[in-house]
Design a protein. Sequence first.
Length: 298
Amino acid sequence: MTATRSIETVGFIGTGIMGFPMARHLAQAGYRVQAWNRTPEKAQRLSAFGATIVAEASDVVRNADVLICMLSSGPSCDELLLGEHGLIAGMCAGSLLVVMSSIPVETARHQAEQATACGIAYVDAPVSGGEKGAIEASLAIMAGGTAQAYEQALPLLKKMGRPTHVGPAGSGELAKLVNQMMVANNIASVAEALLLAERGGADPAKVREALLGGFADSTILRQHALRMISGDFTPGGPARYQVKDTSTAIRFAASVGLDLPMLNKSDQLFTDMLENGDGDLDHSGVIRELRRRNHLPP
């Protein structure tokens, strides 16, 4: 078994809406952060917090004890991590790879195999909580990997949120799929409920207020219903990512012999939202799609 390295230098890839505050927390905690992003300006902001911004992706793993990936998709991760010239090949034996992107379960398992073959520990640790959770370091973090790899990653993960070890490699991504299907179904249900309240003659804001604390209460009702009522769909979690995750969940469910009708309906609703040009809006903007279906103004 390869000896693990103590973690002082952290390579961080993907400093977008959520990655930036996550990397900032690590820099503020005293880790030496070296960051890279495809759009350099998004990484450059971290220099104000003591991070080093590197020009090439390959530079991010130089002398790094851990590499954290917060990219948008499995193909994006594989493109950078795998292959003869991928970042895994440039990492030191005994170091740690933490993939915090939402990627397919089988992609995480394959990455874990490749990392292990190079003597690198692997943890898949996708997150939930959106931009707000990233800023407040309160993200729900679902981690898959060996117990040893998880313990190695734990101090870092605690700086970004509330981590839970849910099983072997790939299990974190499976937990994220479960999370995303629940989020999608709940957002769609809240949007339908608010639309019904409005159409029936009630004040949606007052209906929301009345439901708080009851069985219908949820984070979605507390946060996203406000977005729906105000019409402010500035993306905390863009709808295009929601569709990526629901579609991935449907494929994985099929691979284990499950038919999930509510998830299929939600996925179609969000897919139609994208096709109608709203993919860059927050996923709470799905209420706009319901308005379209009912021939109501957005």
